[in-house]
Every structure is written in C-alpha cells, then in structure tokens.
Design a protein around this ligand. Structure first.
Ligand code: PGA
Length: 243
C-alpha cells in the first residue's frame, strides 16, 4: 500500500482526479470502477472540469459502478445510478452503453449478480477501482462479517451504514436496508486500486485497514493483499496513523 496524506478534502479530490485522468490518458479505453457517496463527489467535479478543459475524454471509457441500493429504480433520486448521472455521466462524453450499474429493481437478484460479474469479465476486468471506506471499514457494500463474499451479491446493510447514509434521506426509515454490491474478489481483481478517505470519522477505519490484521470484520483490510493500492487520505483521516 502506498499511503498519501494530503491537507484536506479539496487536495484529496484534486490528487485523485489527477490519478484517474492519468489512467484515462495512458489507456483511453480503460475500465473504471466507481463508487458513490460524499467522498468521491469532489473528484467527479474535478474530472468534469478536466473534461470541459479538453484534458480528458470519456468517449472510450467503461464505468462499472460498485453498488446500488436494492429496491430503488434507476430514476429514483436516491439511487446510485441517479447519483452517478448527476455528478459525472451527464456532464461528460461517456457512451450510454459503457455505463454499468447493478439493477436495483431486478426481480431475479441472483441472475442480476451473475450478469454483473459477467460484464466485468467481458470488459476485461477493472483497470482502476476507486473506493471510499465506511466508518465500519466496508468497501462497496461489503459489510463486516464472518467471511469475505467473493462475488457480486445482495447485502443486508449494517446498522452503522444505514445510520451513516440516512443523511441523504428524509428519515432513517427511508434508507433501503439492502443493496447489490460487487464482492471482494471483484474489487481485488482490479489492476489498481485508489482508496480515498477524509475526516476524523474515518480515522479508526483507516488505521485498522492499514495497521490491523486482514479480517472480514474490517473488509477494507483485505486491500493489504493487493499489490497496487494507493490510499489517499486527508490529515484528519490519517490522525491515528501518526500516534
Ligand atoms: P461516504 O461513504 O463517501 O459517503 O463517506 C463511503 C462508504 O460508505 O463507502
């Protein structure tokens, strides 16, 4: 793991955007694994600016989203499909057929999960996987548990996750309790991983991810096994690393 500590959210977003832009410049038809949440919002804003300035184009890029709430239609404003369109896709020249997000309304969830894993295989795997991290150490919606789920699967969201994500909903009762998420094998299958975190509320998870044992109780710790991970964090998220 290569740890990069930057001053604040803005510096983190800019640096992450440079790394993603470099990937696109080096391989214009690359496959990007993309997350949602507060963490990557700034990065997406920076990428849109770079696109508008003519520095990068998404015309050959394929996007594979990490996860989606189960039960939400893609046009629902709380869905991750909607989030990605609002924050990135509708502002750049990515082709519709190259956008992939799990279908939160799939009737046959198992078939949807297999379809999603097949897409990842068909596009040749993910070149660069961008990740946030949950306060409980989750990556994607791989929640703490007894074992690592390798493949795309339906997840029962952890209480901490529902609580953390309730800030985006009118009330905690409105937060979906399930989601479809790429599994740990899917994430580790990416050639390169860029995990970002900011703020003191992520400091403990970051500390455990880097210094703790590899355990499904803290899913992000599995990244210790990947050969090419950049951990890009702000000073607050890095607070416990210095002690
Ligand atoms: P956040 O979520 O970026 O909204 O903090 C990260 C996550 O839960 O993975």
């Amino acid at each position: 793991m290569r740890i990069e500590i930057v001053k604040d959210y803005e510096a983190m977003s800019k640096r992450a955007a440079y790394i993603i832009a470099s990937q696109i410049v080096i391989k214009p038809d690359c496959v990007l694994g993309l997350p949602t949440g507060s963490t990557p919002m700034g990065v997406y804003g920076e990428l849109v600016k770079m696109y508008q300035e003519g520095i990068i184009s998404f015309s050959q890029v394929t996007a594979i989203n990490l996860d989606e709430y189960y039960g939400l239609d893609k046009d629902n404003e709380q869905s991750y499909n909607f989030f990605m369109r609002e924050h990135l896709f509708k502002h750049v020249d990515i082709k519709e057929e190259n956008i992939h997000v799990p279908d939160g309304k799939a009737v046959d969830v198992e078939a949807e999960c297999r379809r999603y894993d097949n897409i990842i295989k068909k596009v040749g795997g993910i070149d660069l996987q961008l990740l946030g991290i949950g306060v409980n150490g989750h990556i994607g919606f791989n929640e703490p548990g007894e074992y690592f789920e390798p493949l795309t699967h339906l997840v029962e969201l952890a209480e901490e996750t529902i609580k953390a994500n309730s800030r985006f909903f009118p009330s905690i009762e409105d937060v979906p309790t399930r989601a479809i998420s790429i599994g740990i094998k899917g994430i580790l299958g990416a050639k390169k991983i860029l995990l970002m975190a900011n703020g003191e509320k992520k400091a403990e998870a970051i500390y455990q991810m880097i210094k703790g044992k590899v355990t499904p109780q803290l899913p992000a710790s599995v990244l210790q096994l990947h050969p090419d991970v950049i951990v890009l964090i702000d000073e607050r998220a890095a607070a416990l690393l210095r002690e």
